[in-house]
Design a protein around this ligand. Structure first.
Ligand code: B12
Length: 284
């Protein structure tokens, strides 16, 4: 009898220890209000130099409902994602100062290093101010691949977050292009048209925001004719900046920034070196 009681007690203790270990590695998810999310976003924005980035929230569920199975994000459906856009002022306000701070060590893969540097700052800020756990794998970059496909489709995420309308072939009815032609979609920002970039998503896996309501992105390219023109320009002539100006824009990329984004590989590296040479003496 005594033996059975001891065995039961030992088992109960074992279960308690297991529960404690499991709740330490998976703390209970916290419920936030939309205004908490606003505060978190303001805090995240405080790490960026002025007028360089924007952030918009969405629920994983809104995104997962639209994309094909292989693109689904493997989080609870009510987890919150934050999508970060860089906006035209980013080049002079943030990228050039970043180049001047790190000089030679950022010449290779300069844009990736720039975005990662700032997302790490956001990660640190939120961990510090809100005691959030944001493991590196919860920061998804637009250039990151998983199993040979993009880790996150930032255009869809930006659309469901209400930040920028994602215009796709299926939004142009009747379809004006030959059936065998591939037509990629493009996001248009309500203020900056095509002069912005959808750079990264951070998933706040330990938080749920039941009251967060979806926001429609502003539909700024409304007519069939304009949508056809936009997608045709984006697909046939993307090096020309005309598609970026399908709407009246508040601010464009500078000549230097345009040159930077249109150069690749060694040519971009040479250009970054010349930008450092040109700008950094003046800043130091
Ligand atoms: C792979 C890739 C390319 C490939 C293929 C393009 C493509 N769209 O597939 C190539 C190399 C050709 C390319 C080129 C360029 N790209 Co690119 N590319 C990407 C990348 C990394 C992934 C895109 C992808 O794989 N899509 C997969 C397909 C299947 O997705 P999809 O067609 O959107 O289909 C999904 C939606 O339809 C969704 N869905 C279904 N139903 C519904 C309903 C609604 C309402 C919604 C919203 C969604 C939705 O589900 C589908 C998936 O299941 C993205 C960044 C990213 N991580 O998203 C940048 C990205 C699309 N590229 C971009 C750019 C700017 C370019 C270039 C101009 C060059 C450059 N990098 O500067 C060129 C020009 C493109 C062209 N005209 O040829 C930008 C576009 C910005 C914008 N304003 O939209 C992005 C977003 C990068 C960024 N950081 O900003 N790119």
């Amino acid at each position: 009898m005594h033996y059975i009681v001891m065995a039961r007690l030992t088992f109960a203790l074992y279960c308690l220890v297991l529960a404690a270990i499991s709740s330490a590695s998976h703390p209970p998810r916290k419920t936030l209000t939309p205004s908490d999310v606003d505060h978190i976003m303001q805090d995240a924005m405080s790490v960026f130099p002025n007028n360089s980035f924007e952030v918009h929230p969405f629920k994983v569920d809104w995104y997962n409902k639209l994309v094909a199975p292989k693109y689904k994000l493997h989080y609870e459906n009510d987890a919150v994602g934050l999508i970060f856009f860089s906006i035209p002022y980013v080049f002079n306000n943030s990228i050039i100062p970043f180049f001047c701070k790190f000089m030679d060590i950022i010449v290779v893969d300069s844009y990736k290093k720039f975005i990662k540097y700032y997302m790490k700052k956001v990660q640190y800020q939120l961990e510090h101010d809100y005691h959030m756990k944001i493991p590196d794998e919860d920061i998804l970059y637009s250039f990151e691949m998983i199993a040979k496909h993009a880790a996150v489709l930032v255009q869809t995420a930006g659309h469901v977050a209400g930040g920028a309308y994602y215009y796709q072939r299926k939004d142009v009815v009747p379809d004006p292009w030959p059936k065998n032609e591939t037509i990629y979609g493009v996001s248009i920002h309500p203020l900056y048209g095509g002069y912005f970039s959808l750079d990264a998503v951070i998933i706040l896996r330990d938080f749920q925001v039941p009251k967060l309501e979806p926001k429609n992105p502003p539909d700024v390219v409304k007519t069939w004719m304009e949508r056809k023109k936009l997608l045709t320009m984006f697909n046939k002539d993307w090096k020309d900046a005309k598609w970026r100006e399908i709407i009246h824009v508040k601010r464009k990329y500078t000549h230097e920034y345009m040159k930077y984004i249109l150069l690749y590989g060694k040519d971009r590296e040479m250009y970054v070196k010349s930008l450092i040479h040109e700008h950094c003496k003046r800043l130091s």
